[in-house]
Write a protein that binds this ligand. Structure first.
Ligand code: GLY
Length: 441
C-alpha cells in the first residue's frame, strides 16, 4: 500500500539536511517534515526543532516516539557514531541510518579495510599503527610516501596525502597528536586516478543504487589549499554513467551489505563508497555511512520518484518500496559552496549574508541550501564555515553550472570564499581527460 501523510524527522543542521528536508517535503508520501536542530534556512521547508540535539540519542528517541514520527532520517556521521539509530530502533521509530556497529564502516577505517579485504574488493594496501614510532619507522623504510589516515571520525581533517616521506612524518605527528589513547592511525598506499563517490540505499541485503557525484575537497581552485568538508559537487558524472554506478552497487555495496548482515549487524541507510578509478581498475578508498555534504545537495534534486517512501522502505526492509520509489536522474546539477572567511580553521561568524534566500518546497532550477545560518529580523547571518550551497539544475552540466554561478554572483557576504572551477573540467572546452589525476585527500 502506498505510504501517505508521513511525518519525517530529519536529524542535522547543515546543507545536506536542508536538501533532504526540501526533497522529502516535495514527496507525495510525506505530510510534514521536522528538522532537528535545523538552521536559519530550513523553516522554508519544514519545522525546526532547535532544542533537540542529534548527539543526545535518548532525547531524540523520546521526542520521536512522543511526536509519533513515521520516519527518522539521520544526516551527519557524529550522531550515528553516538548510537542515535540504535536508540530510535529501541523506541520502535523507523529509522534510515545505520546502527553504531554498522556505521563502523565510516567511523573505523581499519574496520572498513577488513570488510573490503574479506569481500575481496580492491582497495589500496594499508597497515594500522597504534604506536607512533613504529609508524615513523614504517614511513622511513617505505619507497613512497603513504597516505596518513586517522582511524576515528575527524570531521574532514583525518586524511593527509603527503608528497614526500618528510611530509608523511609530519602528518603522522599531526594525526597522532590528535589521537585519543589507544587510537590507531592507518598508513595507506597512495594510488592515483579520478575520484568519484557512489551512493546506494541499503537495507540488510537489499541495495538500490542512487547515483554518483564528484566533490571538491580542497578550499581553492585547482585543488590547492587546506582540506574542507567539501566546497562543491556535481552529478551525474559523465565518465561514470549509470552502468558503472550499478556495477559498484553490485560489486562493492552488495557484498559489504551481505557481509554485515551475516555478521548480525545489518546496515540500514545510505551507503557512500569513495572510489578511485586507477589504471588497474576501480578501488574503494573509503566508506561513509550517510549522504555526502555537498553531494546530497546535487544528488537529491535530480532523483525522481518518492524519496520518503524509499527511505521508509530502507527502515522497514521493504525491497519493493525501495526499488519502486526511486527513479534515476534525467538532468544534471552543480553545487557551489559559499564559505565564511577563515574557513576551515577559524570561520568568521555573525556576518550578514544577502542574496541567499533559502530553497522553498516549490523551488526549481535554482536552489539555495542553507548550511550554517541564523535568521534575524533583518535577514540571515552566517553561523559557521560552509554557509550556503547554491545548486543549479539543467539539461546538462554546462547549463547547470551556469545557473549555479549566476546565483553565486548575486551573493553578498564579506570575506566569502568559494571555488570558481566546480564542474569546469566537464565543460566541452576542458582539457581531456578531465578530473583530478592525483587524489585530493
Ligand atoms: N563531501 C564529503 C563528505 O561528505 O564526506
Amino acid at each position: 500500500m502506498a505510504a501517505r501523510g508521513l511525518k519525517v524527522l530529519v536529524l542535522g543542521g547543515g546543507g545536506r539536511e536542508h536538501a533532504l528536508a526540501w526533497r522529502l517535503a516535495r514527496d507525495e508520501s510525506v505530510g510534514s517534515v521536522l528538522i532537528a536542530p535545523g538552521n536559519g534556512g530550513t523553516p522554508a521547508v519544514g519545522r525546526n526543532v532547535p532544542a533537540l540535539d542529534p548527539l543526545d540519542p535518548d532525547a531524540v528517541a523520546r521526542f520521536a516516539a512522543n511526536e509519533r514520527v513515521s520516519l527518522a532520517v539521520i544526516g551527519p556521521e557524529a550522531p550515528l557514531a553516538a548510537g542515535l539509530a540504535d536508540a530510535l530502533e529501541r523506541a520502535l521509530v523507523p529509522v534510515c541510518g545505520p546502527t553504531r556497529a554498522a556505521a563502523r564502516l565510516e567511523t573505523s577505517k581499519a574496520f572498513a579495510k577488513e570488510q573490503l579485504r574479506r569481500a575481496g574488493i580492491p582497495t589500496p594496501a594499508s597497515r594500522a599503527f597504534v604506536d607512533r614510532d613504529a609508524a615513523l619507522d614504517f614511513v622511513r623504510r617505505s619507497e613512497h610516501a603513504p597516505v596518513v589516515k586517522a582511524d576515528w571520525l575527524a570531521a574532514g581533517k583525518g586524511v593527509i596525502v603527503a608528497d614526500s616521506r618528510a611530509e608523511a612524518e609530519e602528518a603522522l605527528s599531526t594525526i597522532f597528536g590528535l589521537a585519543a589513547a589507544g587510537a590507531s592511525v592507518l598508513l595507506e598506499e597512495r594510488v592515483t586516478g579520478r575520484e568519484v563517490s557512489v551512493f546506494g540505499l541499503v537495507s540488510g541485503r537489499v541495495v538500490v543504487p542512487l547515483g554518483a557525484a564528484c566533490d571538491y575537497k580542497r578550499l581553492h581552485d585547482a585543488d590547492v589549499g587546506p582540506n574542507t568538508g567539501g566546497m562543491g559537487a556535481y552529478s551525474p558524472v559523465p565518465w561514470f554513467g549509470r552502468g558503472a554506478v550499478e556495477q559498484v552497487a553490485a560489486e562493492v555495496l552488495e557484498p559489504i551489505a551481505w557481509q554485515l548482515a551475516r555478521a548480525g549487524t545489518p546496515y540500514r541507510g545510505v551507503l557512500y563508497a569513495g572510489m578511485i578509478i586507477t589504471a588497474d581498475g576501480p578501488m574503494v578508498l573509503e566508506f561513509n555511512a550517510r549522504l555526502g555534504d555537498p553531494e546530497a545537495q546535487v544528488l537529491l534534486p535530480l532523483l525522481g520518484g518518492d524519496l520518503g517512501a524509499a527511505l521508509l522502505g530502507v527502515a522497514s526492509g521493504d525491497r519493493a518500496l525501495m526499488e519502486g520509489a526511486i527513479r534515476p536522474p534525467a538532468e544534471a546539477a552543480v553545487g557551489v559552496v559559499i564559505a565564511s572567511e577563515g574557513y576551515p580553521d577559524r570561520p568568521t561568524e555573525e556576518r550578514p549574508i544577502l542574496g541567499a534566500e533559502p530553497a522553498e518546497v516549490s523551488a526549481g532550477e535554482t536552489l539555495c541550501y542553507h548550511g550554517a545560518t541564523r535568521r534575524t529580523k533583518d535577514g540571515y547571518v552566517a553561523t559557521g564555515g560552509r554557509v550556503v550551497t547554491f545548486v543549479g539544475r539543467g539539461i546538462d552540466l554546462p547549463a547547470a553550472r551556469s545557473t549555479a554561478y549566476r546565483s553565486v554572483a548575486g551573493v553578498e557576504l564579506t570575506g566569502a570564499q568559494y571555488r570558481t572551477d566546480v564542474a569546469a573540467r566537464e565543460l566541452p572546452t576542458a582539457p581531456q581527460p578531465g578530473g583530478p589525476l592525483t587524489r585530493a585527500a
